[in-house]
Structure formats: C-alpha cells, structure tokens
Design a protein around this ligand. Structure first.
Ligand code: HEC
Ligand code: HEC
Ligand code: HEC
Ligand code: HEC
Length: 129
C-alpha cells in the first residue's frame, strides 16, 4: 500500500499529539491512582486508630510499596486496591485467614516490628474517644 505525503503527515501528526497527551497525563498523574485515601480514621470498640495512608507510601514518607499491605495485588493492579474486608471478614477468621481486626494487627504491628519503627503498644495506636 502507498501513502501520499499528506496522509503520512496526518498519521505522524496524530501520533505526535497522542504522545504529547501521554506525556502530559503521565506528568500530571504520576501514580495513576487519584482515589487513594490520605488518612484513615478506623473506629473500633477499643477507640479510634489514625492511619496516615499517604505518609506510609509516599517517597517523602516511609516509601513502602503498595503491595506490602495490599498483599494480593501485582504492581499493575495497585490502582484498583480495595478494602481488606473484601477478603478478611469482620467476624469470622482463623489462623490462615485472619478476620479484619487480626489482619490489621498482624500486618501493622508485624511491619513495625520488622522495621523496628512505628507503634506496637495498644495505646500508641488506639486513642480513646
Ligand atoms: C502501610 C500499608 C499500606 C500501603 C503501603 C498502602 N496502602 Fe492502601 N490502604 C491500606 C489500608 C490499611 C487501607 C484501608 C483498608 C480498609 O479500610 O479495609 C487502604 C486503602 C486503600 C484504598 C481505598 C480502598 C477502599 O476502601 O476503597 C486505595 C485505593 C489504596 N489503599 C491504594 C493504595 C495504593 C495505590 C498504594 C501505593 C501507592 C497503597 N494503597 C499503599 C494500607 C496501605
Ligand atoms: C483479594 C483478597 C484479599 C485482600 C483484599 C486482602 N487479603 Fe490478606 N489474605 C488473603 C488470603 C487468601 C490470605 C491467606 C493466605 C495468604 O497468606 O496469602 C491472607 C492473609 C493475610 C494475613 C496473614 C498471613 C500473611 O500473609 O501475613 C494478613 C496479616 C493479611 N492477610 C492482611 C491483610 C490486610 C491488612 C489487607 C488490606 C490492606 C488484606 N490482607 C487484603 C486475601 C486477601
Ligand atoms: C509495611 C510496613 C508497615 C505497615 C504494614 C504499617 N506501617 Fe505504620 N509505620 C511503618 C514505618 C516504617 C513507620 C515509621 C516509624 C518512624 O519512622 O518513626 C510507621 C509509623 C506509623 C505510625 C506513627 C507515625 C505516623 O505516621 O503516624 C503509626 C500511627 C502507624 N505507623 C500506624 C499504622 C497502622 C494503623 C497500620 C495498619 C493499618 C500500619 N501502620 C501499617 C511501617 C508500616
Ligand atoms: C499498629 C496499630 C495498632 C496497635 C499497636 C494495636 N491495634 Fe488494635 N486495632 C488496630 C486497627 C487498625 C484495628 C481495626 C479497626 C477496624 O476494624 O476498622 C484494631 C482493632 C482493635 C479492636 C477491635 C476488634 C474487633 O473485633 O472489632 C480491639 C479490641 C483492639 N484493636 C485492641 C487492641 C489491643 C488490646 C492492642 C494491644 C495489645 C492493640 N489493639 C494494638 C490497630 C492497632
């Protein structure tokens, strides 16, 4: 097949515009996940727990990978992260498949121990109010 010069220019022009848009979108939305929470206030019978979500994953914070917590996701799925409750039921659980509160305690405290940083005592996380 042959292309006239004009048709080719159109094709190149279109590609250049798409490339430009791609670069602009990439620069404007670097981690492609605009709906991530900033901070989460968990309510529990033992009092409120404040979790600074963005400080945990931003480079300027602790720089943790999404997958360290959203542990079933591959890197190209991070933007679709959902609630732990999708899999960890609020009530029922066992050793292999902990319920929601046990899953949090194991993951949050487990990592704080591993890094030897972050709260491990009840009252450091649970604020009575
Ligand atoms: C230190 C652990 C941790 C890291 C790191 C982390 N998250 Fe989360 N994220 C959580 C927890 C805990 C929740 C709340 C889950 C719940 O309420 O059941 C959450 C909630 C979310 C939600 C909202 C889910 C909903 O309830 O609809 C999104 C979206 C999300 N995270 C995306 C990300 C992305 C993207 C990254 C990486 C850039 C990331 N998270 C890094 C722990 C983490
Ligand atoms: C898509 C389903 C799914 C989601 C969402 C999920 N988990 Fe899990 N989780 C599992 C399964 C299945 C297991 C048991 C097998 C395993 O270890 O992978 C598990 C095990 C665990 C364990 C115990 C064993 C281990 O691997 O350390 C912890 C702690 C845990 N999850 C925490 C969390 C937290 C916290 C969240 C939310 C940030 C979360 N999970 C979100 C499916 C899920
Ligand atoms: C994968 C590792 C990891 C997980 C999982 C994790 N943290 Fe942390 N957390 C850290 C690190 C690292 C620090 C930094 C401590 C420091 O530098 O003093 C920290 C600090 C904190 C602090 C004190 C400073 C601040 O940012 O507010 C709180 C509170 C905290 N974490 C709550 C939580 C809660 C609640 C969860 C579970 C929902 C959780 N963390 C899960 C690694 C983790
Ligand atoms: C690293 C932070 C952290 C530490 C340390 C911690 N917790 Fe929690 N705790 C949480 C989070 C997060 C939840 C889940 C809230 C939710 O389900 O939304 C929770 C939930 C609970 C619940 C509610 C359980 C349920 O079934 O509803 C109780 C009770 C509790 N914690 C007691 C404790 C006690 C006792 C200690 C000390 C031995 C402790 N926690 C240490 C973060 C922490």
């Amino acid at each position: 097949m042959m292309f006239s010069r004009k048709e080719l220019n159109l094709v190149y022009g279109g590609t250049a515009i798409l490339l430009f848009l791609a670069v602009v979108s990439y620069a404007a939305f670097p981690n492609q996940a605009p709906k991530q929470p900033l901070r989460i206030a968990f309510q529990s019978v033992a009092g409120k727990v404040i979790f600074d979500h963005s400080r945990h994953h931003l480079e300027a914070g602790y720089g943790l990978a999404c997958g360290e917590c959203h542990h079933t996701l591959a890197p190209d799925e991070y933007a679709q992260a959902g609630s732990c409750t999708e899999c960890h039921a609020v009530e029922e659980g066992d050793e292999d498949m902990p319920n929601r509160a046990d899953a949090f305690h194991q993951q949050c405290i487990g990592c704080h121990r591993e890094y030897d940083a972050g709260p491990i005592d009840c009252a450091e996380c649970h604020v009575m109010q």
